[in-house]
Design a protein around this ligand. Structure first.
Ligand SMILES: [Zn+2]
Length: 377
């Protein structure tokens, strides 16, 4: 049999299937055709992944890809996400309901990257991000319309998975966002506000099991998941136990090594690892999903724990497992071959703090929809 792509001899890490072993993976007609110890047959493209890591296509649960409209936030999804291994992404509320149709037609439907989205509770979303006067004007409560937001979700159920609440809108709008999410029957993603007047324990109070707290290891300057003595706050522990999802959303100001180190040492692990990739951090300190995953290898998570947090976990949250997030036969043919490099690599958090890690994940090949779309030479 001739396949479209055949990946041979790689160490397959597929947490959904419980596989951490050398396997061959074959793709045809856009899907995973076979996963076996040894696949005979030929293919248009054969990749020898001996000594390399093979994972399902990565799902980045927090990016901003409304390119051109959010002109100081949105980046091109294919070059910054897909080519770096994130075959599926969730845009975290760049568009509100007023500008969502354009996002769908001109970005989501044209990109090779599979894009899901959260609709922002603010009508215009984050399109004014990076323009202080516009941002200020858009904090106005008049920019929130629950009926229209719910209507937008109902008309785009195939793409919109939830609602995004942004801390700059303030506490009153958190109530409205929660109400809209309940009305639309979807989850709510809240920012860990890290603000004095809106501490994380206050935000968590409005969140239901299945809702996502992004920027979970924000470094402050005010409230973080840690108390003044560096202990994980009891309200945070309670929230994790009752099923709130703790998402990284690294970003340009929202990830602290110190908070991550203290939280992880006390057993608070993130549920999902995401980048919050956008215009201001794609050239550092975030760069891409592989660099963000590597930071968590440095922080002591195992390769399997890291891969789970960018494949099966986000797929489960988005309700797209086992179609995506796994290389189970029949799933969408999205796959990444990684080089796990060893050496001394400098990593930087959002506060300019640096750490030296010994492992770095670099994507060598990306397969999307069963086609080989990127291969390093
Ligand atoms: Zn964001």
């Amino acid at each position: 049999m001739e396949y479209d792509v055949l990946v041979r001899n790689g160490l397959l890490i597929d947490p959904f299937q419980g596989i951490y072993e050398k396997y061959d993976v074959a793709f045809s007609e856009g899907k995973v055709a076979a996963v076996e110890k040894s696949i005979s047959g030929s293919a248009k493209h054969v990749i020898d992944a001996e000594g390399k890591i093979v994972t399902p296509g990565v799902i980045d649960l927090h990016v901003h890809v409304y390119y051109g409209v959010a002109s100081r936030l949105g980046i091109d999804p294919d070059s910054t996400c897909l080519m770096k291994g994130a075959t599926t992404v969730l845009d975290a509320g760049t568009a509100g309901h007023v500008v969502f149709p354009g996002f769908r037609k001109f970005v989501i439907e044209r990109a090779r990257t599979k894009i899901y989205a959260l609709v922002n509770i603010g009508a215009l979303g984050l399109i004014g991000f990076g323009y202080p006067n516009v941002e200020k004007a858009m904090k106005n409560m008049d920019f929130i319309d629950i009926e229209e937001t719910v209507k937008c979700i109902e008309q785009n159920r195939d793409i919109i998975k939830g609602i995004k609440w942004h801390r700059t809108y303030g506490q009153e709008t958190l109530v409205l966002a929660k109400w809209a999410a309940e009305k639309a029957g979807c989850f709510l993603m809240c920012e860990n506000s890290a603000l004095h007047y809106l501490p994380v324990e206050m935000v968590l109070r409005y969140m239901r099991p299945g809702d996502i707290l992004t920027h979970c290891f924000h470094g402050g300057p005010a409230s973080t998941v840690l108390d003044e003595d560096g202990r994980v706050r009891p309200e945070v522990e309670k929230a994790a136990r009752r099923g709130i999802i703790f998402d990284i959303g690294h970003g340009m100001a929202s990830f602290s090594f110190e908070v991550a180190e203290k939280a992880i040492s006390q057993g608070l692990l993130p549920t999902t690892i995401s980048t919050d990739l956008h215009y201001f951090n794609v050239n550092g300190p975030v760069y891409d999903i592989g660099t963000t995953m590597s930071k968590f290898l440095f922080l002591g998570l195992s390769l399997e724990q890291v891969v789970e947090r960018v494949t099966s976990k986000p797929a489960e949250i988005l309700g797209i497992l086992p179609e995506r997030g796994t290389l189970r036969p029949g799933a969408v043919g999205d796959c990444v071959v990684w080089d796990l490099r060893e050496g001394r690599f400098e990593f930087e958090d959002s506060l300019g703090e640096k750490r030296i890690g010994e492992k770095l994940l670099k994507p060598l090949a990306v397969i999307s929809g069963g086609e080989l779309i990127h291969k390093s030479t």
